[in-house]
Design a protein around this ligand. Structure first.
Ligand code: HEM
Length: 487
């Protein structure tokens, strides 16, 4: 082939054309934000965009860095060649009718709407009241196991994880397991694997949150092992609390015709329904609550005055065993503020993802249907435009007289809108129960190795959950002299 008078072999021409086309395709979205008039971080590597940076930086560091660079709170980046609009503005974006592909739960919109409708009544006051004694029993085990470590340094996260797994196992599955008996219980082992901490795994799991299809291959074995433990066991426990079994039956009934028509194996279908919903509940409910508890106890250890104030308020309501009735929990207002303030400083879900289901306008920016929008929760919760002295732990900012200062969407630890955390009330209940119980028994204290609040650094877990970077936090209780370590 002759080009500009030069003889060029055909294969060279074809390769050049293919590479040019690939380059064009791999970068063709990189001018999206320029066209929209939105400030953005330019990307140069075809198909990769900012993936390398996103995979190697923790989400919290990432959000902090770009908050400084883009003070307008709305900017663009590229996950691969997909343009993603980052929003750190307390706007009702999350209220938009949308689907959520990369958030904690990944299911299609229609399927999840159905699941959500069936599950929503599970978390009414009446149902939570039924769960209360079961949760109290789990909290007694938490305290018992913590007591048994007298004097020895402990990783509080291990105990908190055992507790939250125990609560899910008994409330969602009706199984009385006591996974707290040992910190390396099989369930915890598989859960840890699922939420993978080692660096290599982290990179894989980070990839997971960007490429859903790939992820199902990479994680499927870990998930299968983990879920298998739950689902292989009979669902024979506490009937009334076993809400996932009820859900599986409801899904089954709804699909009865289809199963009969296609002559499908009833039991396998049932198993599949349970697997899917078990996955949702374990992944969304276990690590989130355990990590929040971990941060809560850490904050108590480094703020002894606040811990004392909370302890005094607990004594007014709970008995000497750290127990009170379900109704009396309402009286523990200061506890509510302390938990809220913990979730403000340490929002476990650092970001929310939405896909615009129609053209919308946010802060004067026209966002086309189909664009991925990423809400930077971590950043909003620590933004000095919304919070006075945002890096200070101050539960009083949630006192009723100060609530008017809080902008509605500046505090969304459980998300907001149609996909808001379905079990936020259960999460709050299980945290309150174990906090009341354990603060009655123990006093958490910082020791020489405990990092200052402002020195804490983070690493992300599989699905971008906020986690301290290293096991450097210590706290101890006075009465039985326990040393705790944050993981
Ligand atoms: C402190 C504890 C928890 C925190 C901070 C938390 C936070 C969140 C957040 C940020 C979302 C995404 C909301 C959105 O996209 O707008 C979410 C969704 C969800 N959470 Fe939680 N969560 C917690 C505990 C739990 C527990 C204990 C369970 C179950 C037992 C649970 C089940 C779910 C489910 C099923 C969803 C998906 C809702 C949907 O997509 O419709 N979460 N959670």
């Amino acid at each position: 082939m002759e080009i500009l008078g030069l003889e060029v072999p055909l294969w060279v021409s074809l390769t050049t054309i293919i590479l040019s086309l690939l380059y064009w395709y791999g970068t063709s979205t990189f001018n999206t934000f320029k066209k929209m008039g939105v400030p953005y971080q330019p990307a140069y590597i075809p198909f990769v965009g900012h993936m390398i940076e996103l995979m190697t930086t923790s989400m919290s560091d990432h959000q902090e860095k770009y908050a400084k660079k883009f003070p307008g709170k709305v900017y663009g980046m590229f996950q691969g060649r997909t343009p993603v609009l980052k929003v750190a503005d307390a706007e009702p974006v999350v209220e938009e009718d949308s689907i959520s592909d990369n958030s904690i739960v990944s299911t299609t919109s229609d399927h999840w709407k159905h699941v959500r409708t069936i599950l929503a009544p599970t978390f009414t006051s009446g149902k939570l009241k039924q769960m209360y004694p079961v949760i109290q029993r789990c909290s007694q085990r938490f305290v018992k196991h913590l007591k048994s470590t007298e004097g020895a340094p402990i990783a509080i996260k291990d105990y908190a994880s055992g507790y939250t797994m125990d609560v899910i196992a008994s409330t969602a599955f009706g199984m009385d397991l006591d996974v707290q008996e040992t910190t390396d219980h099989e369930f915890i082992y598989h859960a840890k694997k699922f939420f993978g901490l080692p660096t290599d795994d982290r990179i894989i799991t980070r990839i997971k949150s960007f490429f859903n299809i790939l992820s199902s291959f990479l994680l499927s074995k870990a998930i299968r092992n983990f879920l298998g433990l739950f689902v292989d066991m009979s669902f024979s426990g506490l009937e009334t609390l076993n809400y996932l079994e009820g859900l599986a039956h409801a899904v089954l009934d709804q699909n009865k015709d289809q199963i009969e028509r296609k002559n499908l194996d009833y039991s396998r279908f049932n198993q599949k329904g349970c697997d899917a919903n078990a996955a949702i509940f374990i992944s969304a409910g276990y690590e989130t609550t355990a990590s929040t508890l971990q941060f809560f106890f850490y904050l108590m250890a480094v703020h002894p005055d606040i811990q004392n104030k909370l302890y005094s308020s607990i004594l007014e309501v709970a008995d000497e065993k750290g127990e009170c009735s379900y109704e009396e929990l309402k009286k523990l207002e200061y506890l509510d503020w302390c938990i809220d303030e913990t979730m403000r400083i340490f929002p476990i879900g650092t970001r929310l993802e939405r896909v615009a289901s129609r053209d919308i306008t946010i802060k004067g920016v026209k966002i086309p249907k189909g664009m991925t929008i990423n809400m930077s929760i971590y950043n909003m919760h620590r933004d000095s435009d919304y919070w006075t002295d945002p890096n200070t732990f101050n539960p009083d900012r949630f006192a009723p007289e100060n609530q008017t200062d809080i902008q509605q969407y500046a505090f969304i630890p459980f998300g907001s809108g149609g996909r808001k955390c379905i079990a936020s009330r259960l999460a709050l209940l299980e945290m309150k129960v174990v906090i009341i119980k354990s603060l009655t028994e123990f006093r958490y204290e910082a020791c020489a190795d405990t990092p200052k609040l402002r020195e804490l650094t983070f690493q992300d877990l599989a699905i971008g959950l906020l986690t301290p970077a290293s096991p450097t936090c210590f706290c101890r209780t006075k009465r039985i002299r326990i040393i705790c370590r944050l993981l």
